[in-house]
Design a protein around this ligand. Structure first.
Ligand SMILES: Nc1nc2c(ncn2[C@@H]2O[C@H](COP(=O)(O)OP(=O)(O)O)[C@@H](O)[C@H]2O)c(=O)[nH]1
Ligand SMILES: [Mg+2]
Length: 220
C-alpha cells in the first residue's frame, strides 16, 4: 500500500503565530530522529508574527496558506509527506518530540498510535475521551500527537469543518485502521492557547465532538 513512499518519517506540524516555539521544536525533532530518515513539514495559516519566515529557515518544507484551521493544516501537510509514516505534532512544545522513537516502535502491530496525555485539561476533552475515545481506542481523542501510516491520513476527505484533528481519527477507525495509544505526562501548558480561552475552547471542542459522533455513526 505504501508502494510509492520511501521508508522514513515525515513530521507534520501546523502553526498559527508560533514564532517563539517553531525553531526549538524543529531542533528537537531533528535531534530525536537523527538515527532515521525524516523530514519536518510546517503548514502555516497566515501567522502575523513571522512564524513562516522562521520555519522556512529550519524546516525541510514550510508552506503558508490561507487560515483554515488545525485539521485542514494537518491533512495538507500529510499530503505533502514523502515518507511512509506521518507523525503529527503540535508546534507549541506541549508534545515532546523525544517520545517519537517510542511511538514509532509501537507502530509494528498498528496503523495509528496516539500519544495520550495522562491528564486532560478541559472538561470537553474528558467528555470526548469517554465517548469518541472509547470508539477510537484512545483515552485522549483530541491529542494530535499521533503517528499514522501515511495512507491512513492522507486520503481522508474532511466533512466536519474544524474538528481539532478528531475527524482524522474517526476516519481512520471507520476505514478499519488499527489504533492504539502510548500514554505520557505532558509538560505544563501555556496560558494562551491558539484555539481560544477556556470557555471558548470548551465550546468549540464540544461542537467538534458532536460533529465527530455524527460522522462516526452516520457518514459513510
Ligand atoms: N494551521 C493552523 N494551526 C493552528 C490553528 N490554531 C491552532 N493551531 C495549531 O494547533 C496546535 C494546537 O493549538 P493550541 O491552541 O495549542 O491547542 P491546545 O493545545 O489544545 O490548547 C498548535 O500547534 C497551534 O499553532 C490554525 O488556525 N491553523
Ligand atoms: Mg497547545
Amino acid at each position: 500500500m505504501n508502494g510509492e513512499k520511501q521508508q522514513g518519517t515525515s513530521v507534520v506540524t501546523t502553526t498559527w503565530n508560533e514564532k517563539e516555539n517553531i525553531q526549538e521544536l524543529i531542533r528537537r525533532i531533528h535531534a530525536a530522529l537523527k538515527e532515521i530518515a525524516h523530514e519536518v513539514i510546517v503548514v502555516d495559516d497566515e501567522s502575523t508574527d513571522g512564524t513562516l519566515e522562521v520555519a522556512k529557515q529550519y524546516a525541510d518544507v514550510a508552506v503558508g496558506k490561507q487560515r483554515e484551521g488545525q485539521t485542514k493544516g494537518l491533512l495538507y501537510g500529510a499530503k505533502l509527506a514523502k515518507y511512509s509514516t506521518v507523525v503529527t505534532i503540535d508546534s507549541d512544545l506541549e508534545n515532546p518530540p523525544e517520545l517519537i522513537p517510542l511511538l514509532l516502535e509501537k507502530m509494528d502491530d498498528n496503523d495509528v498510535i496516539v500519544a495520550s496525555r495522562r491528564s486532560l485539561p478541559r472538561f470537553s476533552e474528558r467528555w470526548a475521551a469517554k465517548t469518541l475515545g472509547k470508539l477510537c481506542n484512545t483515552t485522549d481523542f483530541y491529542s494530535n500527537f499521533r503517528v499514522y501510516k501515511q495512507e491512513a491520513i492522507s486520503r481522508v476527505e474532511l466533512r466536519c469543518g474544524e474538528s481539532f484533528g478528531g475527524e482524522l481519527l474517526v476516519a481512520a477507525k471507520k476505514r478499519g485502521y488499527r489504533i492504539s495509544e502510548v500514554k505520557y505526562d505532558p509538560p505544563p501548558r501555556r496560558s494562551n492557547p491558539r484555539i481560544g480561552s477556556s470557555f471558548r475552547a470548551n465550546w468549540r471542542i464540544n461542537i467538534a465532538s458532536i460533529k465527530c459522533l455524527f460522522a462516526y455513526y452516520l457518514l459513510k
